[in-house]
Design a protein around this ligand. Sequence first.
Ligand code: ATP
Length: 521
Amino acid sequence: MTTNDSPPLTASQRMANIVALAKRRGFVFPASEIYGGLNGFWDFGPLGVLLKNNIRDAWWQAMVTCPPLGPDGTPLSIVGLDSAIIQNPQTWVASGHVAGFADLMSDCRESKNRYRADHIVCVAVLAERGGAVQNLGVLSTLDGTDAAEKITAKAQKMLRKLGGGTLIPPDMHTAKAFTELSEAERAAVIGPDVENPGTLTEPRAFNLMFSTHVGVFQNEANKAYLRPETAQGIFLNYKNVLDTARVKMPFGIAQVGKAFRNEVTPRNFIFRTREFEQMEMEFFCPPEQAGQWYEFWVETRLRWWREAIGLTPAKLQRRDHASDELSHYSTACADVEYRYPFSEPKFGELEGIAHRGNYDLTQHAASSKTNLDYIDQENGNRRYLPHVIEPASGLTRAVLAVLCDAYQHDASRASPEWLKIKPSLAPVKLGIFPLVNKDGMPEMAEKLYLALRQNHTSQYDAKQSIGKRYARMDEAGTPFCITVDGESLTHHTVTIRHRDTGTQERVDASQLKPWLAAALQ
Ligand code: ATP
């Protein structure tokens, strides 16, 4: 949002501002920054870790602590798990990750850069020179909001070198991914960071798993993998949970944790990183019920992003995968997508909900020679391998979606940039200030702070003008600021300032607890 007659920010300005604010206010820092960073790795700072944990807790609450009611009103049974990041490497052979968890990549022989082949967008560029239309060739760049700008800038540069001419604006509607071109067409593409055609190699598969060695010998026998998803740890523990947790079909196992993927082109801030966190749940059910549970979970998860996380409904959508997008074992898959500034006007994935059939349990049963059948004692000891619905979302990506959705720009405010984060998720809930740092106000404000911090993340601030203190809190997304002023001392009231409207109301100090309990939902 931009008000006060200033022109609206472009999507790429908004994105740049969000990244800058995230750094400036301690939400997200580049990892190992003092050594020049490490591509694809980010650290969460003091505000970022609070926000991330609040989102994680909201997910855990909705999944494990208080799972939803099923379509017939029966409370669902979902239990939690925290499995190891490194598992027996056979896990990843059985799951198909060793053979098939790969992206197509292409190297540039000239710039030595490596790209994810489906992220290279290619477009034919024309110019008018000496009264004739001349083909400048097929230029490429990495997809994103600035793709047209980058192609144009590069084409202008090429034209200048050729001695001038008028560029015909490239028609990005005709752009194609490098992987969509024929081999002959690919050989003629001018790579993203060079000016001559034919430097990009043919796409080839690149496995995304990070490997390591367990124990002292660095040999093939000791090779192991950092998990590329949390889901497989759940399948490995399916039998343990069944044997110990007194669960019966249908039931779920949920887990939140780190996952690692050696992404070819990590980018778009924390959208695609090489180390990230996932929130995944495997919902096991009788085969004949899987279709019904699939629909239930797609709708439940979409609603959660809207209602519990508060993302703008118009920026959220359900996208059902076409049948040629599905993996061979998947019956159906739908993504919850969000319109990130860098994907505009398109949407990007936030969560995938997959109907995985009984693929994973079949694979692990065969590979480990363990019987993973469920015995339904209530139905004549019927034996079957359950089918699975998997809502799999990214916690790191959730932080990004919340930051993008919350970011506001309003030049008329003392804090032109501020974060409209849902109060229940806000990293800091309260700013507590004395109006001036004297006349008994700091003493009362400090007393309030000591009482309120026991229940809510609060910050006490007595420095600078009250306007500057509000602005600092607005930028951090703090929903309420409580100020002790002269009247507080005589009438035992305080003012509460609302971040979103800037309005203030006076509340009896003794009523703050119930007031906040209702407001911070
Ligand atoms: P994408 O198509 O974006 O690569 P995916 O379909 O491979 O994602 P899944 O394997 O379904 O992703 O993982 C579930 C979720 O984990 C995704 O919806 C996303 O939120 C998150 N995720 C996956 N890869 C990354 C990554 N490299 N960085 C951050 N989050 C990720």
